[in-house]
Design a protein around this ligand. Structure first.
Ligand code: CS2
Length: 472
């Protein structure tokens, strides 16, 4: 453990959820311990609620990581977080911390929807009311608003260079974050945007990364189990699988932690790592979540325990996704897919299908439709990826309004027809332009596949799926 009171605040982390605590905070602690440095203390910022900040505050930022599954390490208390701030309640403090001289790096895990992307332009959604409020000069509530205002204050103080490291499951997450931050800066009054953009372009870099670790939501049962083992109640404890991976583009404007000492890989090929992870691991994860929900499977390990679903995932990865990606050097496709299925099967993790199903409107485009488009363009039928998309459609059409955990829930519900058959649901949801482009929606191969699978899920359920998947 790092000695209490010795840390200096080198990193501001936006989005202090369970993932960040089990991934970014662990890598950073390991890097400091390996190099004897204390310069990379993390100032953690919660985004939408202050819960984690309130939990960590009386614990001096300390929290436990409980690994679950074969090869799990003993409980580990992580000591790299030196301050936890509620970004909702103290946005100005967040801006100050980003502008502070000691801060060299901003990391972020705010999930796909946290970026406020306009799906039609791929840039910042300036119609979003919170983005508008941030642009109007109110204390910034969005991650992009906080970063840009922090950079602005830093530039005005004549501060040093800064590196912004996105750690979310988005392709080209560094370049994307740069685009969004620049779009925010460009939308400010000209007297502000000119100098800000010039400073930003000269002093701030945005490396891309690929992050990987399965981290379920912590349950009260997990907290009790940790208390039993630790002898202390830790309200901020997180559970995670033993596996963890971080691939980072080495494009830092200033100094950085020696994350490679903690097992991170610095690579010039992050895009290939990210595409492989999204189209293989995350795509299968979503497939299992929606098929699992349709057939009463509570966890991902239950879902992958169903032979037919395991087979469907395997075939989606091998037949649909793999031919659409160029794997990075050092990654063997077959081994990776087998390892992914084995990780999903971890019975101790308790990763719920409900949790992985959340925010589908933000995920299926990146995880599944990329494969669908590339396959269709190459003249192949994306049979298995279409099954996953049909399962998502079924989830949207059959989940009661209040239960649909998705930022587009209202729009999706409003689009749905009163009569919910394959023939009505599939074309209606294909009409949601923020998810499906017109070309994809008009593609008859894709529409037929979706209708075929939707019908089986909806009318024949698990038995029908078993028959269709295994006889094929
Ligand atoms: C999951 C991911 O919830 C989800 O959408 O697919 O959070 C997944 O567990 C991680 O990306 C694994 O690295």
């Amino acid at each position: 453990m790092l000695a209490a009171g010795t840390l200096r605040p080198g990193i501001v982390h936006l989005g202090l959820g369970a993932f960040a605590r089990a991934h970014t905070a662990v890598f950073t602690e390991k890097a400091m311990l390996a190099t004897g440095s204390s310069d990379w203390g993390i100032v953690g910022v919660t985004q939408r609620s202050d819960t984690v900040a309130r939990q960590l505050e009386p614990q001096d930022g300390l929290f436990t990581v409980a690994e679950r599954g074969s090869g799990a390490a003993p409980l580990h208390v992580v000591s790299s977080i030196m301050e936890a701030i509620s970004g909702r309640d103290h946005p100005e403090t967040v801006v100050d911390r980003i502008a502070a001289g000691a801060t060299q790096v901003v990391t972020l895990t705010v999930t796909e929807k946290g970026y406020r992307i306009d799906p039609h332009t791929g840039s910042l959604n300036t119609a979003d009311p919170q983005v508008q409020s941030d642009l109007a000069g109110n204390p910034p509530q969005t991650a992009i608003g906080q970063i840009t205002r922090g950079i602005q204050q830093r530039s005005r103080k004549g501060g040093g260079p800064l590196t912004v490291v996105s750690c979310d499951n988005l392709p080209g997450n560094g370049e994307l974050t740069r685009t969004l931050v620049r779009a925010f800066a460009a939308a400010l009054p000209a007297a502000e945007s000119g100098p800000l953009l010039a400073w930003l372009d000269a002093n701030v870099t945005f490396p891309s990364t690929m992050v990987d670790r399965m981290v379920p939501a912590t349950t009260s049962g997990d907290l009790d189990a940790v208390e039993h083992e630790l002898g202390l109640r830790d309200e901020a404890a997180v559970v995670a699988e033993p596996f963890m991976q971080w691939v980072i583009e080495d494009n830092f404007a200033g100094d950085r932690p020696a994350w490679e000492e903690a097992g991170a890989l610095f690579s010039t090929d992050v895009a290939a790592w990210e595409a492989a992870k999204l189209r293989l691991l995350n795509a299968s994860h979503s497939m299992l979540a929606y098929l699992g929900l349709a057939t009463g499977k509570e966890t991902i390990s239950d879902a992958v325990g169903e032979d037919a679903f395991r087979k469907a995932c395997g075939r989606m990865m091998a037949e649909d996704a793999l031919p659409t990606i160029s794997l990075p050097a050092g990654l063997d496709g077959g081994t990776y897919c087998a390892q992914v299925l084995e990780r999903f099967a971890n019975p101790a993790l308790g990763h719920t299908t409900a949790k992985v199903s959340s925010d589908g409107s933000q995920k299926i485009g990146l995880r599944l439709l990329t494969t669908v488009r590339a396959s269709l363009e190459a003249g192949r039928e994306p049979r298995w990826a279409a099954l996953a998309v049909a399962a998502w459609m079924h989830h949207v059409a059959t989940t009661p309004a209040a239960g649909l955990n998705d930022p587009l829930a209202a729009e999706l519900r409003a689009a749905l027809p009163a009569e919910r058959s394959a023939a009505s649901v599939v074309p209606t949801l294909l009409g949601v332009r923020s998810i499906f482009d017109a070309g994809l929606a008009a593609n008859t191969t894709f529409t037929h596949l979706l209708t075929h699978w939707y019908r089986i899920i909806d009318t024949d359920g698990l038995d029908g799926l078993r028959k269709e998947i295994t006889h094929d």
